[in-house]
Design a binder for this molecule. Structure first.
Ligand SMILES: Cc1cc2nc3c(=O)[nH]c(=O)nc-3n(C[C@H](O)[C@H](O)[C@H](O)COP(=O)(O)OP(=O)(O)OC[C@H]3O[C@@H](n4cnc5c(N)ncnc54)[C@H](O)[C@@H]3O)c2cc1C
Length: 465
């Protein structure tokens, strides 16, 4: 493909782009620039996209200028913080991409337990910085995910039962609007916008600063226990994890055992159930909470011990690497035996340890926040089930997508709703499913107020009412 074919708008706006580059005191990468190729890579390898320009903004003023530029020239606008979008929507063909990965300032006030971060800060970086003060933010399960995208969707991780979602600790957000205005949204200022930002994704503006209240964490008990993948183990696990004290949050996966050093070599590659967890509080007491798991069946392997909270990310280190990703996800009120058997059956058919059927047991603090307090729906659902699949070889794409789809079709009848941050490009009905009727209508109304022409549409889009 020639440059002119790939970037039809390039000739039309070349001069304007030169001007933008001169005016902005930050990098503006264009096709052909040395750093462009690297900068267009995002976590989702299926999103092999060629934007027109990547603006590596460092300040809200630069972001505002990039927004105005895109509007003036009628160019699509994408927003990238940590680059871990599952749909790959933070990179787009022919778009102006506002790349916030360099907006990675981080400061912590340990006395007020407040962290102020740029959207490009990752969960791992904040986790380690907060740990210095015995504090933590409830974020996700992989260190490299950006706080920009994670927070705007909700943020579900290893402290969700103890401390709720990431958004439940957001105090304020600085936002660049579609008009290029810089606002601060909080409980007092622009409360409608603040409500929408907490779960509504990137629909309402570009967030350039986030302020959170941190929670006490100290040393936690964390790790993973690998058990045989039987119906009895899964049933026992669900009962145990749902009735455990809030301090304990688990994320479990049916998978073929990866070559983990704490699993004996002969078991590598065999079908198993891996239960990862974090228990906040006294590690000695937490040991007693975890003990019943080992009586469900003889563990195949385990690595459990006191650790700094962010050390749990070492168990998902592999997931920080770029790969092709296919995900289908749902919430569920119940998981009957038939659903669990279906999960075991489909995992057994998979051909690598990069396929998994994940169960997150929710509830606790997340479920105690009233549904209408934020734009995150489905707080009442005790389970989140996801079909997750990763691969590296493009020749495998067709087969891997077929496996994901087959597992999803077999399972989807057991659940409803979806977490917006686990959506791929799945169409408007699925976006509506993420929010439910009332929240969706309220989001569309806020969208009308702050972005009536849908400038911010390269996301899980809620068009203006
Ligand atoms: C390996 C992996 C593990 C994950 N694990 C978890 C998990 O445990 N828990 C969980 O909750 N989620 C998890 N996620 C999902 C993750 O939260 C979302 O993909 C999230 O959007 C990623 O944020 P990001 O900033 O890295 O992504 P980006 O790709 O940079 O952004 C994603 C989208 O968010 C919007 N956006 C990002 N930053 C801004 C901003 N500053 N202003 C306005 N809009 C913005 C844009 O619409 C953008 O398209 C995981 C994803 C991956 C790939």
């Amino acid at each position: 493909m020639t440059t002119a074919e790939r970037y039809p708008a390039l000739g039309r706006i070349a001069q304007a782009m030169d001007r933008l580059q001169r005016e902005l005191a930050c990098e503006v990468l264009r096709p052909g620039d040395l750093a462009y190729e690297q900068a267009r890579q995002v976590r989702q390898a299926l999103a092999d996209r060629y934007p027109l320009a990547i603006v590596r903004a460092r300040t809200a003023a630069q972001v505002a200028q990039a927004v105005r530029f895109a509007r003036e020239h009628d160019l699509p606008l994408a927003v990238r913080s940590g680059g871990h979008s599952i749909s790959g929507k933070s990179m787009a063909d022919g778009a102006v991409v506002v790349d916030l990965s360099g907006m990675d300032g981080l400061s912590i006030d340990p006395y007020d337990r407040v962290a102020v971060v740029g959207p490009g800060v990752t969960s791992g970086r904040l986790g380690w910085a907060a740990h210095e003060f015995g504090l933590a933010l409830s974020t996700g399960d992989v260190s490299s995910v950006g706080l920009g995208g994670l927070t705007l969707g909700g943020g579900i991780g290893y402290m969700v039962r103890m401390y709720g979602l990431t958004i439940d600790h957001l105090l304020s957000a600085q936002v660049v609007t579609a008009e290029g205005e810089v606002l601060t949204a909080s409980g007092e200022d622009h409360p409608d916008l603040f409500w929408a930002l907490r779960g509504g994704g990137g629909n309402f503006g570009i967030v350039t600063r986030l302020e959170y209240r941190l929670q006490p964490a100290g040393t936690v008990l964390g790790g993973a226990i690998v058990l045989p993948a039987t119906l009895a183990v899964l049933r026992g696990y669900l009962e145990w994890a749902s009735s455990a004290p809030d301090e304990l949050t688990t994320i479990s996966a049916l998978t073929h055992v990866p070559p983990m050093p704490f699993v004996p070599e002969p078991a590598h590659g065999s079908l198993a159930f891996v239960i990862s967890f974090v228990a906040v509080g006294d590690p000695g007491q937490a040991e007693a909470m975890v003990a019943p798991l080992r009586s469900l069946d003889e563990p195949i392997g385990e690595l459990v011990g006191p650790m700094p909270y962010p050390a749990i990310y070492q168990f998902s280190e592999e997931a920080t690497n770029r790969s092709a990703l296919a995900i289908r996800s749902m919430f569920a009120c119940e998981l009957p035996d038939a659903a669990l058997e279906t999960m075991i059956e489909h995992t057994a058919r998979a051909d690598s340890f990069m396929h998994m059927l994940q169960i997150r047991v929710l509830g606790g603090a997340m479920a105690r926040v009233p549904e209408e307090a934020t734009a995150f729906s489905h707080r009442d659902k005790p389970f989140m089930v996801s079909v997750l699949n990763e691969w590296h070889d493009p020749a495998q794409t067709e087969g891997q997508l077929a496996w994901t789809e087959a597992a999803w079709q077999a399972l989807r009848g057991y659940g409803s709703g979806v977490y917006v941050n686990f959506l791929e490009d799945e169409g408007d009905d699925r976006i509506r499913e993420a929010y439910g009727t009332e929240t969706y209508a309220r989001l569309a109304e806020v969208k009308r107020r702050y972005d009536p022409t849908n400038v911010f549409r390269l996301n899980q889009n809620v068009p203006p009412a």
